[in-house]
Ligand binder design. Sequence first.
Ligand SMILES: NC(=O)c1ccc[n+]([C@@H]2O[C@H](COP(=O)([O-])OP(=O)(O)OC[C@H]3O[C@@H](n4cnc5c(N)ncnc54)[C@H](OP(=O)(O)O)[C@@H]3O)[C@@H](O)[C@H]2O)c1
Length: 326
Amino acid sequence: MKIAIIGATGEVGRMMITCLEESGVQLSLLDLYASKRSMGTVLYYNDRPLKVQELTIDSLLKHYDYVFFSAGAGVAKTFAPIAVEASEIVIDNSSGFRREELIPLVVPEVNGDLLMGYSGIVANPNCSTIQIMLPLAVLDKLFDLKKLVLSTYQSVSGSGHQGITTLQKQRKGSLDKGIYPQTIDLNVIPQIGAFLDSGYCQEEEKMHFESRKILRKDDLMVSATTVRVPVIYGHSVSIYAEFAGEVDLAEAEKALTNSPDLVYYPNTYVTPLDLGNSDDSHTCRLRLGTDNKSLTFWNVGHNVRIGAATNAVRIFLQHAKYAGKL
Ligand SMILES: NC(=O)c1ccc[n+]([C@@H]2O[C@H](COP(=O)([O-])OP(=O)(O)OC[C@H]3O[C@@H](n4cnc5c(N)ncnc54)[C@H](OP(=O)(O)O)[C@@H]3O)[C@@H](O)[C@H]2O)c1
């Protein structure tokens, strides 16, 4: 299996290397690319040193079985269409292609069937959306989801490595706001991405659109408030969900307990610091919402793992299985 990672030096790129190691898949080639800034940086794959190369058009004329992009939407828009000519599948972490109708936006446990026989660009959803799709797809199957009200508590690593360095510098006393519109240390910021005419910010609109696309429910009503908090890794989401049918708490608990890649906590709750290296979506504090057709719960996931690298690698593994490559 020949694989390339674009943006290999970033938070997500480095985690992709780890997730590929953890998958145990034998790779005959792993090429790592980033910008000129990181050319020559040495990263390790299963203790094997690999030098990061500068991404150029020529690098992508080479054939790979899978090319992972995690270098932002601008890089993806320029380079992914080139990569897909020579390679079979491009899995892109950015928002660059998620809204394109013919490009699948995939959480394998929910809509992985879209990968069967597919070749081209596959979009990896937004981090806070991926982790909530797992419990919501389970509950949708049981009770038919109609409406979502979401409030997120998103860690600084969700903004890439510069988010972490911004918080770390402020922790040491710097007054520089870094990449955020307000100080993030000892604070919370109710804005992720630019504000749009709707009054929502970009991250909120991503959660609206992507939830509908992944769950294949065009009429799903969603209202999100996305908030950056001074946590290094791990996004938390408070979820209020309304359904067409009456809910049954015991049935919901049973289904959440028995679903893959989902951990359900009946009697306690989970925080970002509890996540460690978990690749799962963690759900707790499940209770009735405003009536017997609604539920409220808390969900936590490692944004760089399940919210990005793990999901991308799961897309790769499922596609490769369908294609008979594994
Ligand atoms: N962090 C998360 O939780 C998360 C979750 C879901 C999706 N994503 C998405 O994943 C992507 C990467 O995020 P990240 O958190 O890993 O960001 P990051 O830590 O800032 O890393 C960015 C990566 O992109 C590379 N890059 C930047 N400009 C480039 C260029 N012109 N050519 C080639 N490589 C270039 C950087 O290389 P250099 O080292 O050379 O600068 C670095 O490897 C973004 O689209 C982000 O929205 C992130």
